[in-house]
Design a protein. Structure first.
Length: 261
């Protein structure tokens, strides 16, 4: 059976001397893995289309077992992602997270849309760190982690001061702070930001410019949730953290839009 599928390449690994095993996140069919014969040879017509982060339409022959990639047409070039080391690092983190949290052959159009928007936003020069935060907070649900963020996780209050509690997996209001000794107190702006990351679709937020300290704190919270509650630590994280500690790799974001707090 031959299938034409719109997809994004989220992972590739070499197989034998000339082949690649390519993981695609497709719009209609979710995550699928296929064999791209000869794709490691630079002259192959599959060489360009099987680069990470390629967005295209792929022809896949599906018999028994793993499908075979037969041809592909690139829809848009997300070249900037591969040319900029920070963009590459964040895009790798995003695609690895999607890969880790999804199963094969399970249609998940909402995740496809999010991945598509995230990679395009990174390719368009929006702050890749902020875009990655969006993806991390949104993918919590996919990992089966549903923090209580619209109200206090203990008493249900929606008014007051809030803090994040790992123990309660969500917000606690000031009346309930005593329940957890290790709460992280949050300013109203940070409470609003966390809700935005978790609830608001990426395309409706556009280019939010965030303070470095806000990003660092929100990243620490979400990565701790993944690690402690789901045991997930991504391989691409070490590379990213190494880059983040190296200021010369920190270019100013190309687009500057006023802080949306
Ligand atoms: Zn409360």
């Amino acid at each position: 059976m031959q299938n034409q599928l719109e997809a994004i390449v989220i992972r590739t690994r070499p197989y034998g001397e000339n082949n690649k095993i390519v993981t695609l996140f497709t719009k209609e069919a979710g995550k699928i893995t296929c064999m791209a014969r000869g794709a490691k040879k630079p002259a192959s017509r599959l060489a360009a289309i099987t680069q990470p982060f390629t967005h295209g339409v792929f022809s896949i022959y599906k018999g028994r077992g793993m499908g075979t990639l037969q041809a592909g047409d690139q829809l848009e070039s997300l070249r900037y992602i591969r040319e900029d080391i920070m963009a590459t690092a964040y895009a790798s983190y995003v695609t690895e997270l999607v890969d880790r949290l999804t199963e094969q052959d399970e249609p998940q159009p909402a995740i496809y849309d999010m991945l598509y928007q995230a990679l395009h936003a990174i390719a368009d020069g929006y702050d890749p760190e902020a875009i990655t935060l969006f993806v991390e907070w949104k993918m919590l649900r996919i990992a089966g982690l549903t923090p209580t963020l619209h109200e206090c996780a203990n008493c249900g209050a929606t008014e007051g001061e809030f803090a994040f509690s790992f123990q309660e997996l969500g917000f606690l209001c000031h009346r309930c702070f005593h329940l957890d000794r290790y709460i992280i107190r949050l300013s109203p702006a940070l409470v609003k930001l966390i809700r935005t990351f978790y609830f608001v679709p990426i395309e409706r937020v556009g280019g939010l410019t965030l303070k470095k300290e806000s990003k660092t704190l929100l990243k620490q919270i979400v990565r701790t949730i993944y690690e402690e509650q789901a045991g997930i630590r991504l391989k691409s994280r070490s590379f990213l953290e190494q880059l983040e500690r190296t200021p010369e790799f920190f270019p100013e974001p190309k687009k500057d839009i006023p802080e949306g707090e």
